[in-house]
Write a new protein. Structure first.
Length: 104
């Protein structure tokens, strides 16, 4: 059962992966498919993960973000988490993600 909707868009050299709903273990395949295409795009220099419409994320979601962080670094791209609020912001704060990610 898929619990999140993911929309990917590329504008100049910035890719945006916008998610809506619950970002959890069930989102794994869908999330991987979304970022794989932007990781392979040589035009893309930054990947923005828009969490503005995410109402829930769990530890597996945090793991997926950490994995993507490693992959983006390996191909010399940058990554940012954007529009974090409410419960999502609290989870990221508790996990100290502000030390690992650009959050804006």
């Amino acid at each position: 059962m898929s619990t999140v909707q993911i929309k990917t868009s590329v504008e100049s050299n910035n890719a945006k992966i916008a998610m809506v709903g619950r970002f959890d273990f069930n989102s794994h395949r869908q999330f991987r498919e979304a970022y794989q295409q932007v990781l392979e795009n040589p035009e893309v220099k930054e990947i923005e993960i828009d969490l503005g419409a995410v109402d829930y994320l769990d530890s597996s979601a945090l793991g997926m973000l950490l994995l993507l962080r490693e992959k983006t670094a390996a191909v010399h791209k940058s990554m940012a988490l954007t529009n974090c609020r409410g419960v999502v912001q609290q989870v990221l704060d508790v996990a100290n993600f502000n030390k690992l990610f650009t959050i804006r």
